[in-house]
Design a binder for this molecule. Structure first.
Ligand code: ADP
Ligand code: MG
Length: 240
């Protein structure tokens, strides 16, 4: 579904991704871990073309992202993204936040969008909170609204960039449960996360990045219990 081949990305003179290759198949859950500044956010931002790349190639469902004829809207519809900052519209209710993009961007029928949005609120376990404003919700609840908002575009793959990093510890779990539900339904997911227990439980493969390269990757059990590269071992010893 997603294929990165020898991806290079620079900001000015600084090369941030230095030859990244990765393949993700439909329904797979891939976790990316690594020290701060290693290029994790940059990498997943490249997958929905929020960042351009200077070398290599990225294809999403066969569509080459460097193709000048790339339909950005179609790509962003296929590839949902959730960030650490959920950035809900504060003056709109949770339900309105979920409904907004399909109505405004995709020009879909309001009544149909509302039916789907209500189902999505239920899916992220926020039934009953439809009419709440973001300020009335916990961080974890707001993040789940953000996930529902992204799902409202009916994506084929979801990218999650440290979505629990800014949350109070007691609300982290409810967001992880939501992601787990999605993965169990077969959603293709790429997650940057520091939640190692979660990565171990949910991932088909774990990638460790350091300074713009993939140092090591593998299925979670061998990755966590039997890391080979000294950099991976050192990182895991600090975090686990
Ligand atoms: P991570 O998510 O692993 O913490 P990032 O992908 O955010 O790492 O950043 C990787 C490197 O790229 C860092 O050195 C960061 O300062 C740099 N970087 C990220 N975004 C930009 C930008 N828009 N302009 C310049 N440098 C950037
Ligand atoms: Mg980051």
């Amino acid at each position: 579904m997603i294929s990165l081949k020898n991806v290079h990305k620079s900001f000015g003179q600084t090369e941030v991704l230095r030859g990244i290759s990765m393949d993700v198949m439909k329904g797979e859950v891939v976790c990316i871990i690594g020290p701060s500044g290693s290029g994790k956010s940059t990498l997943i931002r490249c997958i929905n073309a929020l960042n351009d790349i200077q070398g290599g190639s990225i294809t999403v469902e066969g569509q080459e992202l460097r193709d000048p004829k790339l339909d950005l809207l179609a790509l962003r519809k296929k590839v949902g993204m959730v960030f650490q900052q959920y950035n809900l519209f504060p003056h709109k209710t949770a339900l309105e936040n979920v409904m907004m993009a399909p109505i405004k961007v995709l020009k879909q029928n309001r009544a149909e969008v509302e039916i789907r949005a209500r189902a999505l609120m239920k899916k992220v376990r926020l039934e009953g909170k439809e009419d709440a404003y973001p300020g009335e919700l916990s961080g974890g609840q707001q993040q789940r609204v953000a996930i529902a908002r992204s799902l409202a575009m009916n994506p084929d793959v979801m990218l999650f960039d440290e979505v629990t990093a800014a949350l109070d510890p007691e609300t982290v779990k409810e967001v992880l449960v939501t992601i787990k539900d999605l993965a169990a339904e077969g959603m293709t997911c790429i997650l940057v996360t520091h939640e190692m227990g979660f990565a171990r439980e949910i991932a088909d493969r774990v990638y460790f990045t350091d300074r713009g390269v993939i140092v090591e990757y593998g299925p979670p059990q061998s990755f966590f219990d039997d890391a080979k590269d000294p950099r991976t071992k050192q990182f895991l010893s600090q975090i686990l």
